[in-house]
Each structure stands twice: as C-alpha cells, then as structure tokens.
Design a protein around this ligand. Structure first.
Ligand code: PMP
Length: 292
C-alpha cells in the first residue's frame, strides 16, 4: 500500500512526494531532521522532539515555515493518514529551493516533509543476543566545526563511521570525540553499568542529547539506580559489567563486545534487561494521541 507523505502543507502519495534537485538540503545537506517513534497509537515525546527540531533550525539560521502547533498537528495527522499504531516518523526540514551556490538566503522558503512508516534498524536477534561494537576511527566532529547537537541533514561523518562498523562485521560502533573521550555511537547513545551504577557520556563529550537517552535516564532513576553523566574513556567501556545503547530507531538494546573484547560475561546483562523492560513499559504508556 502506498504511503501518504506530508509535503509542504499537503498529504500526497509516496510517488508524488518529490523534492527539487535545487533544494539545498540535497545540494549541501543544509537542513535538519528528527526521528520519532509511535508506540501503541501515541507519538512518544513529540514535544521534546519538536523542541529539538526548532532549536537545531535556530542554530543553523533556518526559519521553519510553520508554527510549533502546526508542526505538531501535521505530524500526528500524517501518522493518522497512514493508520500506523506502531512505527517511526521521519520529519525533515530542508533549506528549500535556491540557486547553485551556498548562500542560504537565496532559498526563499524551507521545505517540510514528514514520512510515517515502519523501521527495523537491527535484526531481531541483536535485541536478544546483543550487538558487537568496534571503536570507529572516524571521530565525532569538533563543536568548533559543527555542534554535535545539530541534527542536520549532513550525516556523512556518521555514515563513514557506520561503514567502518559494517566492514568489521559489526552493527554499531563507538565514536570518540577529538580528545579521544567516548561520545556515543553512530546513531545511538551509549550507557555502561559498573557495580550496579549506570554511566553515560556527558552531552559536552559530543553525545547527542538523545530523547531516548533522557527517557532511559528517567527510567533508571525511577528504578532507584544511580545514573551518572561523566567523561568516559574506552577503559570505562572495556571494564564495564554491561553496556547498552539507546536511540529512537534502535530503541534500547544490549551490546556484548567492544573491539572483540567481551563486555562483562559477554552476554546481555541483567540490569540492562530490567532497564529495557521498564523503558518499553514507559514508551507504551504515554505520548501524544493520534486522531485516527
Ligand atoms: N546519536 C546520534 C548521532 C543519533 O543520530 C541519534 C538518533 N537520531 C541518537 C544519538 C539517539 O537520539 P534519540 O534518542 O533522540 O533518537
């Protein structure tokens, strides 16, 4: 069945959802995006995702041609039009059509499109048995280049790190920042558990301020466990009892080795299992209702 895509104010058929070759989103990766989950007929943490979208747009001097409320409505209506009760939303704002040349001020109007579909990031067995990780040689970009907080359409750095993972026979990898401290994974945040306490790299280490990261940190605190945001090195990961990753598309899943070294027992850890269960419960129990 053909998907209905929201494109600049209208719901159109998938085959008609097209963007100009002069769009600066395509020519320069000039734009921002969000990935959002639908659980049990509700959009998870929609407000937080849209707040991040608008903040990222502001950071790159991009005017989104819709109010926050209009964007909220367009998002849930796109989900409703596709009848999705569980799935994934990709919301993209491009700089829009302009001339050849970088000047973003020659793009009179940003374009907005919203895709509501399904996504399968990792094979089912990865959720059961855990992911194998490598440390990527590709580093997170320095904040002085482009802030790692900007979820821009320019993901080439992450794509190159992902290529390293896949070439090494792994699904994900750890990305370090310029100083060699752990930042995050190519598309997920990372957590480590040691002696019953949970640790995750600070945002200033170059980790994206992940919405799933925030939700999982809340879950961990509600479970009565300590969750520390710290500067981390690979030592902290190699010697951790458990490691798990979080992200909207990935959800939450265990990692069992890093650079071929087993983490803890080399099997998904028991605390990780409890955190993932609690996260799933939370995700299925809240959110913005979809007007089906
Ligand atoms: N880090 C990176 C680089 C990402 O692209 C993502 C997912 N978009 C995340 C972390 C996880 O963030 P969130 O939980 O908001 O999806």
């Amino acid at each position: 069945m053909s998907l209905k895509i929201y494109l600049d104010g209208q719901l159109v058929d998938e085959k008609d959802a097209k963007i100009s070759v002069f769009d600066h989103g395509l020519l320069y990766g000039d734009g921002v995006f969000e990935g959002i989950r639908i659980y049990n007929g509700r959009v998870f943490r929609l407000t937080e995702h849209l707040q991040r979208l608008y903040a990222c747009a502001k950071a790159i001097c991009l005017t989104i041609p819709m109010t926050f409320e209009e964007m909220e409505k367009a998002t849930v209506e796109t989900v409703a039009a596709n009848g999705l009760r569980d799935g994934y939303i990709r919301l993209v704002v491009t700089r829009g059509v302009g001339s050849l040349g970088l000047n973003p001020y020659q793009c009179p109007k940003a374009s907005v499109f919203i895709i509501a579909a399904s996504i399968k990031l990792y094979p089912a067995e990865a959720y059961q048995n855990g992911l194998k990780l490598i440390t990527c040689a590709t580093r997170r970009p320095a904040p002085a280049a482009l802030s790692p907080q900007v979820k821009s359409l320019n993901y080439l750095n992450n794509v190159m790190a992902k290529v390293e993972c896949l070439q090494a026979g792994c699904d994900e990898g750890i990305m370090l920042n310029e100083q060699g401290y752990v930042a995050e994974c190519t598309g997920d945040n990372v957590f480590a558990i040691k002696n019953g306490e949970v640790y995750t790299p600070t945002i200033s280490s170059g980790a994206l301020d992940g919405i799933t990261r925030r939700a999982v940190m809340g879950v961990i605190k509600d479970m009565g466990l300590a969750c520390h945001e710290v500067t981390m090195t690979r030592y902290d990961l190699y010697t951790a009892d458990e490691i798990f990753l979080t992200g909207t598309a990935a959800e939450a899943l265990p990692a069992v080795s890093l650079d071929t070294r087993p983490i803890g027992t080399g099997k998904p850890g028991p605390i990780t299992g409890k955190i993932i269960e609690a996260f799933k419960k939370l995700a299925n129990s809240e959110g913005t209702p979809v007007p089906y």
